[in-house]
Design a protein around this ligand. Structure first.
Ligand SMILES: C[S@@+](CC[C@H](N)C(=O)[O-])C[C@H]1O[C@@H](n2cnc3c(N)ncnc32)[C@H](O)[C@@H]1O
Length: 480
């Protein structure tokens, strides 16, 4: 049992916890992925371990399995649903000479209709792995769509977080869909919507010279304060005086705080809908200055000057796992020559620290990320470090030249998408390595030590554990 919910033995589940500091004891340790709090705070019990303490850091512990009880804590279960096989014709072409995909069972690139809550069944949206909310629509966006339908919003709507285009199916709405996620952009393109890739703060006037009078935004509170503040400033800049902003988000991810921020800039506004933790507020813009965008963060590490734009993973300091991997690779290559002249792919580059580190060691680097702010960050990191390389906005390897292959692939794969926790993207990173590694080439992957990547990696070759430290592991595979 977790709380009041029985867990049938032998079933695979993903457990998502909305509060930090949640402690879960669960017999299917390998199958459990616990989300929405930092991996370093993750804790779980072995089935054979002694019962959990009755109190953990002053928080009462649920007796049966050790789930801490906190106010507002929310625990959701998601069955792990492998999706059907994707026709080979729809996958990125395998470069000549590459092996078959390691794990084609999850049909990562398939775009399909999103599951909608019954109250929205006359609407539609597309989705795919890697889009927020997949395989459902994002809960905040669903509430937003319900409110806008009730308000009978018509005409041009600028959606700054369009995901799979749900708002475009509202009757009488012409959607201007903006997204930074390459996965979402491919869902929008498949739906034939008018989509534009942009990051918070970018002017959209060149794309749409007249401003829409209605703007919609789902706050990504899970991406941190700076990103949410940048989203609010962007929404303000995009809304003409007298225009309306519909803003949705999760109470547990700072919605009230960000709406207060928006309220200061916009003037009149109020929360108009609640559903569980989800909220929608409606604000009318008064004339007045747009709040400033937060400054980029950054740091120096491993000989690289890193620029971290708002919302980019580990923008202010090196991620612990990444630092462990780079430290381990430096120890394996004390004279720093192993990457010289090699073609290196940094898959899921974030700020670009890993790719820039490889470029400093003489590699020709390609940095890929599905998140546009991350791609911009990686470009800025290369420039600030006086290095060159290609930074590509791509859902896994989909936007790379089909013939591109590499000597070395380095990755710290994601296991969160928005509020949810999923391994599909990480598994597709490994599948991409099977498409992109040259014979004799090596993949180095760093992950939390409980994440079950070894079986997928074995399709490439023998898996070596280059490092296991502080709850992380660096796995290395050389392709035969
Ligand atoms: C754990 S972070 C690692 C970032 C960076 N390499 C580092 O070590 O600091 C994972 C990265 O994968 C990116 N990512 C998530 N989904 C992706 C996808 N579908 N395609 C490409 N990159 C993706 C995220 O945007 C994020 O930057």
């Amino acid at each position: 049992m977790i709380g009041d919910t029985p867990i049938p033995r032998g079933k695979r589940f993903t457990i998502e916890c909305a509060a930090e500091g949640v402690r879960v004891g669960y017999p299917f340790k390998r199958e459990v992925v616990i989300g929405d709090f930092k991996p370093s705070k993750l804790d779980y019990c072995d089935p054979d371990a002694p019962p959990p303490p009755r109190r953990l850091k002053g928080v009462p512990v649920c007796e049966s399995v050790g789930v801490t009880r906190r106010p507002k804590q929310k625990i959701r279960f998601k069955n792990d649903r492998p999706s059907p096989e994707r026709p080979a014709s729809e996958r990125p072409a395998a470069p000549t000479g590459s092996r078959a995909e390691a794990r084609p069972a999850v049909n990562y690139f398939e775009v399909r209709p999103a599951n909608l809550p019954p109250r929205l069944d006359s609407l539609k949206a597309l989705t795919k792995s890697g889009v927020r909310g997949y395989p459902d629509v994002d809960a905040a966006q669903a509430l937003l769509a319900g409110v806008m339908r009730k308000d009978r919003v018509r005409g041009d709507v600028l959606d700054l977080s369009a995901m799979g285009g749900l708002l475009g199916s509202l009757p009488g709405v012409t959607l201007r869909a903006v997204e930074g996620s390459a996965a979402a952009l491919s869902a929008l393109a498949a739906g034939g919507l008018d989509a534009h890739a942009a990051v918070p703060g970018e002017s959209l006037l060149e794309r749409w010279p007249d401003r829409a009078r209605t703007v919609a935004l789902v706050l990504a509170g899970d991406r941190g304060n700076a990103y949410a503040a940048a989203q609010v400033a962007w929404a303000h800049a995009c809304t003409p005086p007298g225009g309306t902003l519909y803003i949705a988000g999760d109470r547990d991810k700072g919605f009230d705080r960000y709406v207060r921020l928006a309220g200061n800039a916009f003037g009149a506004g109020e929360v108009v809908a609640r559903d569980g933790g989800m909220r929608v507020a409606k604000l009318i813009r008064r004339p007045g200055p747009t709040p400033a965008l937060p400054d980029p963060e950054g740091f120096e590490a491993f000989g690289v000057t890193v620029v971290g734009l708002p919302g980019v993973f580990s923008a202010a300091k090196p991620d612990r796992a990444t630092a462990l991997m780079l430290g381990a690779l430096e120890r394996l290559d004390p004279d720093g020559s192993a990457l010289n002249g090699k073609d290196v792919l940094d898959l899921g580059c974030g700020t670009g620290l890993i790719g820039a580190w490889a470029a400093r060691r003489g590699a020709t680097v390609t940095l890929v990320d599905g998140d546009l702010p991350s791609v911009r960050s990686a470009q800025a990191t290369l420039a600030a470090s006086g290095l060159t390389g290609a930074a590509v906005h791509s859902d896994v390897d989909a936007a790379l030249d089909p013939a591109a292959t590499f000597d070395v692939i380095l990755t710290n794969p994601p296991f969160h998408v928005g509020r949810g926790v999923v391994l599909d993207v990480a598994r597709e990173f490994i599948a991409a390595a099977t498409r992109r590694l040259r014979p004799g080439g090596t993949l180095h992957l760093v992950a939390n030590d409980f994440l079950p990547y070894e079986a997928d990696l074995r399709a490439l070759g023998e898996v070596r554990e280059t490092l296991r430290e502080a709850g992380f592991k660096v796995l290395s595979v050389t392709r035969a």
